[in-house]
Design a protein around this ligand. Sequence first.
Ligand code: HEC
Ligand code: HEC
Ligand code: HEC
Ligand code: HEC
Ligand code: HEC
Ligand code: HEC
Ligand code: HEC
Ligand code: HEC
Ligand code: HEC
Ligand code: HEC
Length: 572
Amino acid sequence: MFYPFFTIGEVDVDLRLAFLTRRAKGGVSTKEESISVESVRIGRGTENEVYLPDPRVPLRMAVMHHTATGLYVEAAGTTDLRLNGNVVRNAQVAVGDVVGIGPYEIVVEEPPEGKDASISVELVQPMGDDVKELLARSGTSLSAGGMSKRLWAWLLFLVIVVGFVGLPIGGQFLHSGDTSNGPAGMKNAVSFDIAWKSGEMLDAHKFFADDCAACHQTAFKMTTNEACASCHSNVRHHADPVGFPDEKLTEARCASCHKDHQGPRPLMIENQTVCTDCHQDLRNDVPKTTLVNVSDFGTDHPQFRPTISTDPAKDIWTRVSLDDSPKELSNLKFSHTIHMDAKKMRLPSGGTKQLACASCHVEEPGGGLMRKIDMETQCADCHQLTFDPSAPKRQVTHGKPKVVLRELREFYAARALEGGVVEPTAPAAVRRRPGTSLSVPERKEALEWSRERAVRAAAYMFSASQCGTCHVVVKGDKPSDWTVRPVRLTERWQPKSVFNHAKHSDMQCADCHQAAESKVSADVLLPKIETCRNCHGGGETVSKVPSTCTMCHGFHTDDQPPMVKPKEMAQK
Ligand code: HEC
Ligand code: HEC
Ligand code: HEC
Ligand code: HEC
Ligand code: HEC
Ligand code: HEC
Ligand code: HEC
Ligand code: HEC
Ligand code: HEC
Ligand code: HEC
């Protein structure tokens, strides 16, 4: 390694080197060494005799020689040196001179006995100093603002303890008298509970949302059913807990489905896992059930099984799948095909009429299902219950056969007693001029005639031309035993679900009901699940109407017992 200088005098120099380190609390420690070299190299490289490990120093910074005139120092790279504060490239130095090399200072000292020269090296600007200086200028520290971190930590801790623990708990004792009265008592009291509120309440609960104790009766415990039941005592079970003592059903907490604090609407409920948790494996969990497993309307839901009359005499109703061509035995005769055929629909007054579905089927108020078929409003305009051509406007009241018979008897008895009947075959007593009185035998004869005519009219009435057009007539020995088989018209075909005609008013009736092609009333004209699936997908669908279970199924059904027993309530 060659440095650009020329040497005179001795070849080697005996040098005393002292490295000084100042301690934080004052005092200096010195590490000394002696070297004997031709020239003293100074820099960050480890080959240098004066090794300065600070990263701000170049690998080769300077070199020092002993000349006849004393020590000589010279910059070895591009970085200049400082001699007593002045920038230099090289210089002759004497005892007392200070050479600045980056953050270091080298002081030339009086050499001790036996040495040619002596220098001390000290790091006067450690790295940390610069960082500290920057920080001091930016002034971000709390203490710089006159505040200690510890003080703040304690202050915040106190605010949290007092505001969010102390006041809410203390508030319970302050108002303990009021809270037992429920939310009404709390209305005017300041409630600190709000500090713990963990989200927006259901709209329906907002009026007492700040009274946490109404639902959270015991601190640090989950909400109990009893708390909910103090207002919702009439909430029904979903399935009979006696028939199905399944833990998931009987032990179900209201809050397991009705998570509150989730915003204005009961969000959880729309999630179908609330239902499929049980229903996707119901047969396994409750072997007694007759229900089929369901996990999603779009992909895993059984064919509908409408409830139909299968044995009308014994009033037996059965759920039959629409895939099994069910036959409904209602005891009412009816052909949709005939009634939709305008040519056949001759009116009693003459002419014909084209009937529409709506002529007989009108939506219930509210638009859910169709109104019950009623003979008098829907059929009687055409199917008149007349019985005597001489009194074409006279009809019997539709309904009980005994009433029909009585009306017929009364009609003919009144006729006989009045007189003036024009029938040539009738006895003279009946044909007499109206207003004249009757002898006792005449009276007997007239009533005899009226009874006989009532039986004849009844026979006509219960024939295939009248009652028998629509009913299955049962004829006993005497007319008073005659009757019609009970009519079992279905009101709710699918009582385990809800359906709304009004929501489907854009559709044609025929899209769901192939009624016009039905020749007998035994046909079940309901749509299969495949029809619904044209539009309704499962809970997750994106291409159809997303349909979760509660869209079509109710909950807390009225025919079940309450979820919380009234007895348990009374003890509270
Ligand atoms: C209408 C009843 C009701 C009222 C009033 C109510 N909560 Fe809740 N809260 C619930 C239900 C339900 C949950 C769901 C947790 C569970 O299963 O019990 C819940 C959960 C919580 C949770 C979460 C704890 C957990 O178990 O998940 C906190 C915290 C909470 N409520 C605080 C409050 C505070 C504070 C108030 C008063 C400002 C309050 N609640 C008022 C019904 C209520
Ligand atoms: C202080 C009386 C009170 C308490 C306690 C109470 N509720 Fe209610 N809740 C009401 C009232 C009032 C309504 C609105 C009328 C209604 O639908 O019955 C309501 C409505 C509801 C609704 C229907 C919300 C809607 O938008 O249709 C649900 C679900 C409900 N509460 C569940 C709960 C549950 C679960 C609890 C127990 C954690 C509970 N409630 C506790 C008074 C109460
Ligand atoms: C297995 C889940 C489940 C449990 C447990 C449950 N509910 Fe419900 N709850 C429902 C569903 C589903 C609905 C219907 C919501 C709908 O129609 O969108 C409902 C509706 C309600 C309604 C509104 C009633 C209405 O006629 O609109 C109230 C109030 C209610 N529940 C209170 C309670 C109370 C009180 C309890 C505890 C005794 C409870 N629920 C337990 C699922 C549950
Ligand atoms: C805790 C378990 C459980 C949960 C949760 C549950 N069910 Fe049920 N469900 C039953 C049991 C048990 C029955 C009665 C079975 C039977 O009658 O054979 C039943 C019956 C039914 C029935 C037939 C009702 C009837 O009148 O016969 C329907 C429909 C139904 N559940 C729909 C739902 C819907 C929709 C949900 C979600 C909102 C739901 N279930 C949540 C257990 C559950
Ligand atoms: C003259 C009156 C009349 C007209 C018009 C009429 N229906 Fe009916 N409908 C009935 C009677 C009566 C019943 C009950 C007897 C039966 O089950 O067939 C009935 C039953 C039904 C049912 C119940 C399901 C079933 O299997 O019984 C449906 C659905 C129905 N009709 C649809 C229609 C449609 C759609 C039209 C139009 C194309 C229509 N009806 C026209 C009288 C009528
Ligand atoms: C617009 C007049 C009109 C109305 C309204 C009407 N019908 Fe008819 N119905 C007739 C006529 C006309 C016939 C005979 C058609 C034929 O066989 O040519 C008939 C035939 C019948 C028959 C025998 C043929 C068959 O369908 O099996 C029955 C049963 C019947 N109607 C029942 C009813 C019932 C039930 C209602 C009311 C829900 C009703 N009708 C409403 C005009 C009407
Ligand atoms: C045009 C068809 C038609 C004729 C004709 C008719 N009915 Fe009916 N009847 C019905 C219909 C439809 C019902 C069911 C709806 C109702 O109650 O209005 C019914 C219901 C009844 C019921 C009630 C059955 C029960 O189980 O609830 C009796 C009883 C009855 N009819 C007797 C008669 C008698 C008796 C006659 C003859 C005098 C007669 N009906 C004539 C159509 C008819
Ligand atoms: C688009 C409407 C619709 C949707 C969505 C729907 N169902 Fe149904 N579900 C029905 C109809 C309709 C029936 C037949 C009801 C009847 O026979 O009384 C039925 C029948 C059932 C039955 C009785 C099954 C049997 O054994 O015959 C159960 C249980 C049931 N559904 C549960 C569910 C569950 C759980 C979901 C959600 C995953 C669901 N349903 C979604 C319409 C629907
Ligand atoms: C989206 C399919 C759909 C359309 C469109 C539709 N219905 Fe229905 N209808 C049903 C279903 C499902 C039921 C069974 C409801 C129940 O009882 O559970 C039903 C039931 C009926 C019943 C039996 C009585 C009752 O209400 O339960 C009559 C009658 C009826 N529909 C007539 C009509 C007429 C008339 C139209 C046209 C105006 C029509 N429907 C359009 C699906 C439909
Ligand atoms: C042509 C498409 C279409 C068909 C087919 C259809 N639906 Fe719908 N349904 C709809 C639409 C659209 C809605 C309204 C959705 C909404 O309001 O978010 C709806 C709503 C409903 C609702 C909710 C009613 C309410 O009160 O909110 C029920 C339940 C339902 N449909 C049952 C059925 C059943 C059961 C069938 C099969 C018999 C069926 N739908 C067939 C399109 C259809």
